[in-house]
Design a protein around this ligand. Sequence first.
Ligand SMILES: [Fe+2]
Length: 345
Amino acid sequence: MNELGRLEDLPADYVAALRELNLVPLWPNLRAVMPAGTPRPRTQATHWSYEALRPLLLKAGTLTPIEKAERRVLVLANPGHGLDKMQASAAMYLGMQLLLPGEWAPSHRHTPNAVRMVVEGEGAWTTVDGERCEMKRGDLILTPTGLWHEHGHDGDEPVVWLDVLDLPLVYTLEASYHVNGTRQTVRPGRGDCAYARGGVVPTPVFGRSGRAYPMLRYPWTETRAALEALAADRPELDAVQVTYVNPETGGDAENILGFHALMLRPGQTLKLPARSPAMVFHLIEGSADVAVEAQRFVLAEADTCCAPGYSAVTLVNRSAGTPAFVFVADESPLHRKLGLYEDRG
Ligand SMILES: [Fe+2]
């Protein structure tokens, strides 16, 4: 490829004169911002062990009271972006959040979209837009952009969940802010009841729900049952996968990030194609190896890892007897909406 001129090739007084007028020559930087053939992601394949981080998260519970933290979170930061950037990929933020018995994380709303994947503990709840969502292992709870949400805990063990937000993107767009609120009044009607069965939706007097986010809690028991039913119905199917959708529209559950669940059959190797969006894998049940190009991670239960976009990923369930269940978050909705989505096979 044609070598382009470097900044050092230009007279220093010329560069200084440009900078004085807030001008920059493109050609010394052109290849860096638009490399040939494939992007050079800063996102690095990274693994976060739950066993390793859990004691540090619990220690945060003794070091920092909830009033001093508001949200007691350890951020799963990608070293490729620099830890201080607090991002897992270009568009995804990940955090492990701890709530202790009796604590309350006060009501607020913000422009970034969030979801919570419950990792451990019983008795916590999240109220979203007046809907009280109980939190059990593997449940996915949406707190989409602009909706009030708060967390409480009536149980007697620590509760931990994985937060997934599109914060890095919304922050880059200079559109990230929050508003504090007061304790919400819980209203009747729960999306996880109204939409508990696939194929039918509530239509009181022939009307459809006008809510942008009609379902806020996706119980793991239902998602797991859907995966098992799909695996039994389609024994030849390689990727036993479901996607969390808005049950009224069939579209993605949230606007920017996509959320999916995968079942790996006992002994299965699943090759995922190199696609443009970055991906995050969180192991709900079982054990799985995740190979991202040449790197390989062994995921134990509640472990999390990420893969940059444009990389091929292979998942292996080494157990010959039990399936593995994996929660996947990715940037697919964003890439599709922007027309950037690629599947390179
Ligand atoms: Fe929040």
